[in-house]
Design a protein around this ligand. Sequence first.
Ligand code: FAD
Length: 387
Amino acid sequence: MMDFTLTEEQRMLKETVANFAAREIQPIAEEIDRTDTWPEGMWKKLGDLGVLGVTIEGAYGGVGLDILSGALVGEELAKISPSISISYGAHANLCCNNIRLNGTEEQKHRYLPRMCSGDQVGALGLTEPNAGSDAVSIQTTARREGDRFVVNGSKTFITNGVIADTIILYAKTDKSAGARGITAFILEKGFPGFSVSRKLDKVGNRGSETGELVMEDCIIPQENVLGQVNGGVAVMMRGLDIERAFLSTYALGMAEGAFAEALKYARERVQFGKPIASFQLIQAKLADMWTLIEAARLLSYKACILADDAEKGGKGTELHKVTAAAVLFVGEMADKVCTEAIQIHGGYGYCMEYPVQRFWRDAKVATIGAGTSEMRRLILARELLAG
Ligand SMILES: Cc1cc2nc3c(=O)[nH]c(=O)nc-3n(C[C@H](O)[C@H](O)[C@H](O)COP(=O)(O)OP(=O)(O)OC[C@H]3O[C@@H](n4cnc5c(N)ncnc54)[C@H](O)[C@@H]3O)c2cc1C
């Protein structure tokens, strides 16, 4: 039996983030999108709210709550601004959680407190121009020279890459060993040889600053290896289920945001002398959208609860399947719900003046980023066939 009732603490956290988003993000959500700029001071505000270190233990500057709590923050932020939410996920989960899971005591003390407070921004750099779905084919190399590594290569599509202070970076330390020759590093933006080559001009999630990174004889000290040398895939795999769980609530939140806009518009828009909400074809759309969202919520929260359970030593066998299914289903659900929300808005949905178009553009990434729907299906099928 699995209990989907949120604890008092989780409900309070959800409410706190919802209030913060309504007060601090809603009034500037359109501007963030239009200007494609991360709002000044937002990291510090999120840090002060305590949400950047939700899943990080108190000893490292966080509040030590569970994975579901961290994912609920992402859901609430995405209801108002998927851009803020995706950047939050890259920082709090891809960077902070992976350091929490794989870092040495020294690394955790050095990097986590300043990221939990919002004084510094985190990112994760895996994807390269020629290595997307086939992530283990990365070409960035790290050559050991005494007590340091010399890194050469480039990364693309890196969320927060333009502004990040701390980046988990994957590079090949043994080119002949395939997946067994990859190492994860903690890169600081001030390390010699590191630069940001450009910011990407995206269709959606604008304001979440996505960038291309270049390492030219970039020096990373040996103590900044995350996990083991040639153990990068183990680092990747350790964070994978949590990443999928987080990503599914991000997609869930944006579907909820688009649904709220559609419901409001259906009540207000009058045609044939009546609100369009009184037409059964519009009602059917609303009913289907809500049903999809609620089904997605169950799968998504289940993924978070199982990921939590696994962290606490649980030996459940469903984890990989459920997290893979959650990120697949919820991503496609968000894409579908946001498209229907546009349809309910008719021609106005196709104009920039209504917020629903922003959710529609933002939602597309939910079937692409961090693994495409196609790859998610292949991975899930592999899990199913394995046992
Ligand atoms: C907004 C955004 C933010 C991102 N943030 C980050 C980040 O922070 N860090 C990071 O490292 N990466 C990030 N990414 C990169 C993301 O993980 C990749 O875009 C994704 O893995 C897909 O890689 P690709 O874009 O190179 O597509 P490709 O791998 O080139 O795929 C192109 C198409 O081919 C299909 N395809 C590929 N292989 C197969 C196959 N074997 N069978 C069937 N179909 C296949 C794909 O499904 C897709 O439809 C981000 C991407 C976006 C768009």
